[in-house]
Write a protein that binds this ligand. Structure first.
Ligand code: ASP
Length: 327
């Protein structure tokens, strides 16, 4: 088997002309390189952690340093990962002082007997392992963000209780990040990291740090990472369902489109995207939003990154499969 990696920078609107393509694409490409470096001598888990940590540190996505604030104007992060070989998972949620929550999720997976640790307890764990650090909302857009936050908070009828958060045009909405990998020994891993929905209720947690929802990996079957409206993804159990299909022998492209179609039927369009690698290391991508940012690479294979538009998603999946098969 030869190692391969897929990363995503979220399923969302990715509106042409408004997105920061010049920053986003290189950040994804750098994450792919970080994963490939980790795969040399490392495991699939090392690869997904290094890819996600690289994007968290870029400040270009709604994860880590670039995350959007919650209703109180504070950054609150969620992340999780799974080792498909040991079937161990780890996640952290609502952490405020951890620049790389994916590294903390790995500590939960490797060093504790737990699967999910949240809030102050998770922050204490980060302190014990020396990975705490301050996080501040993007200074270059402070005024715009603050204005939107106040309008939302002060809107009549406690709008913030009922709604998922206002749209911040051209910003980091919808750009949760994730990575899935297969290493040279055919082991799988999956990871996801997010700042969650913009102006979320403090303490709100979506799908991203929860095993089976925001990510899943299983030996022989493959790996999954998701993005979108966390509430819909969680209620559908998206990652577990998709990996479950692959465990039954369905190839990644069909498992991706079948699971996203199922979710769309129940929860509507503009709700989710998923990246998959199946048991043979073949990729599958599907989303019901306007776009999804994707990066890809593998041992001895060309690497790349792009914003894939809804109408081009099948064409892109075919292209990617072709690149992988040619290796
Ligand atoms: N799934 C993330 C959440 O609900 C958000 C996203 O993917 O954009 O927290």
């Amino acid at each position: 088997m030869k190692g391969r990696i897929l990363v995503h920078g979220g399923a969302g609107s990715w509106e042409e002309g408004k997105i920061r393509e010049g920053e986003v694409i290189p950040a994804l490409a750098t994450a792919v390189e970080a994963a490939l470096a980790a795969l040399k001598g490392g495991s699939a888990v090392d690869a997904v952690v290094e890819a996600v940590a690289s994007i968290e540190g870029s400040g270009e996505f709604n994860a880590g340093r670039g995350a959007l604030p919650n209703l109180d104007g504070v950054i609150e992060l969620d992340a999780g990962l799974m080792d498909g070989e040991s079937l161990r998972a780890g996640g952290v949620a609502a952490v405020r002082s951890v620049p790389h929550p994916i590294r903390l999720a790995r500590i939960v997976m490797d060093k504790t007997e737990n699967v999910l640790v949240v809030g102050v307890g998770a922050e204490r764990l980060a302190g014990a392992f020396g990975i705490s650090g301050e996080l501040h909302p993007d200074a270059t857009r402070r005024e715009e963000i603050e204005k939107k936050r106040r309008e939302y908070l002060e809107a009549p009828d406690h709008r913030w209780v009922r709604e998922l958060g206002p749209s911040l045009t051209g910003t980091r909405e919808g750009d949760t990040v994730g990575a899935i990998a297969m290493d040279d020994e055919g082991r799988f891993a999956a990871a996801t990291s997010t700042g969650g929905l913009s102006f979320k209720i403090p303490g709100r947690v979506g799908d991203s740090p929860v095993v089976g929802h925001g990510f899943y990996a299983m030996r022989g079957a493959g790996a999954a990472s998701t993005s979108g409206v966390g509430e819909a993804i969680a209620m559908y159990g998206l990652s577990l369902r998709a990996v479950g299909l692959m465990a039954e022998g369905i190839e990644a492209p069909a498992a991706a489109s079948e699971s996203i179609s199922g979710l769309t039927r129940l929860f509507g369009p503009d709700t989710a995207g998923i990246i998959l690698l199946d048991g043979h290391g073949l990729p599958g991508i599907s989303f019901n939003t306007r776009g999804m940012a994707i990066g890809y690479g593998g041992t001895g294979m060309e690497t790349g990154a792009r914003i894939v538009r809804k109408k081009n998603q099948e064409e892109f999946s075919d292209l990617l499969r072709g690149k992988i098969r040619q290796k």
